[in-house]
Design a protein around this ligand. Structure first.
Ligand code: FES
Ligand SMILES: [Fe+2]
Length: 350
């Protein structure tokens, strides 16, 4: 399936791009170079010199321009060639690079590979909790050898936690769990509730390990594969009596059809200055995402290959409902937009 073009893809965490170091990443099959201009704002260019087609990331940043590392042409943030290294030499009209809309918001960097005229920043999913005061964020990045929709499926159906993450997150309440899905326009929210169970091992340092509670995982999904988790623990049968809550961002951007970028940030409101709490979360992210989710997704990818999951007529479970809706919304959007005909000349795209 082709990738949705007219959408915001997360490119990276804001701290990954500084005025001293640009970052190249392939997003939805488009090689991109994102850098920070001297005023701190971002620029995104196709990571490809139009002269002999070497990646621009092999060059260097000079002021607000990128100098190709091969023959020294320099390109500004709008993609125009601004300098030939030989004084007086002519710059051909074809010496320009595709530039892309790029936005920094809520500590995240977003790029729009489609028609720049349609790049409305208000379409970026809301992750404003990441910049609210009195929160502590711990996050990271993981490269996965699997299609991004497999990651999205994984996140929208947290019943896998009981099995894939059993040592840290299994709950004795799982057999009594309930699952439901809500949809509003193109936004989907899934709710998995584990009622009246003792805290899973991961939460035993912050909760009384002997007191049961109700835990709800609320996953909000937005196009193309942007997820926000709100996890709440409440007194048994009393949803108004909140014992803890964490929020987290889980954003997956396709790299190619069979590889993806997974960005995650856990954001908490307790234990803000406690390095041990940071370490506990980092350990969980390393174990849970890198050692447990990633091998499962990559094993899935090896079997499925370039086939569409739904074409394999998978057995359906109730807990697939959110993922199935997300796939449907994405497929409809892709089917309804014109495709970029030639990646080396995307300026004509309408
Ligand atoms: S390949 Fe970039 S200037 Fe020649
Ligand atoms: Fe997982």
């Amino acid at each position: 399936m082709p990738f949705l073009q007219n959408t915001w893809y997360m490119f990276g965490h804001a701290h990954e791009v500084t005025t001293d170091s640009f970052l190249n990443r392939t997003i939805a099959d488009v090689d991109l170079l994102v850098y920070r201009k001297t005023d701190g704002t971002l620029a995104a260019l196709h990571d490809l010199c139009p002269h002999r087609f070497v990646p621009l990331h092999k060059g260097k940043q000079i002021g607000d321009a990128i100098q190709c590392g091969y023959h020294g042409l320099e390109f500004g943030s709008d993609g125009q060639c601004v300098k030939h290294p030989v004084t007086g030499a002519q710059i051909p009209k074809t010496a320009c690079v595709q530039s892309y809309p790029v936005v920094e918001r809520d500590t995240l960097i977003w790029v729009w590979p489609g028609n720049a005229d349609r790049a409305d920043a208000s379409l970026i999913p809301d992750y404003s909790f990441l910049t609210q005061p009195d929160r502590r964020n711990v996050g990271g990045y993981l490269h996965t050898l699997a299609n991004y929709q497999l990651s999205s499926d994984n996140l929208l159906d947290l019943s896998h936690v009981q099995f894939v993450h059993s040592s840290m997150q299994a709950s004795e309440a799982f057999e009594r769990s309930t699952f439901r899905v809500e949809q509003e326009g193109e936004e989907i929210t899934t709710y998995l509730t584990l009622p009246n169970g003792l805290p899973p091992p991961l939460y035993r340092t912050m909760l009384d390990p002997g007191t049961p509670l109700d835990i709800t995982f609320e996953m909000r999904w937005n196009l193309p594969s942007c997820i926000r988790l709100r996890m709440t623990g409440t007194a048994v049968g009393k949803p108004e009596e909140q014992l803890f809550q964490t929020m987290s961002a889980h954003v997956v951007s396709p790299e190619t059809a069979s590889t993806s970028h997974y960005f995650y940030i856990n954001s908490r409101t307790t234990d803000l200055d406690n390095p041990e709490a940071d370490a506990t979360i980092r350990n969980w992210q390393e174990q849970g995402f890198t050692q447990e989710d990633k091998p499962m997704l990559e094993a899935q990818q090896r079997y499925i290959g370039d086939r569409d999951l739904m074409s394999l007529n998978p057995a359906g479970l109730k807990t697939d409902a959110g993922a199935v809706r997300a796939r449907r919304i994405l497929a409809e959007r892709i089917a309804n937009e014109p495709q970029i005909p030639d990646r080396l000349d995307t300026r004509s795209y309408a």
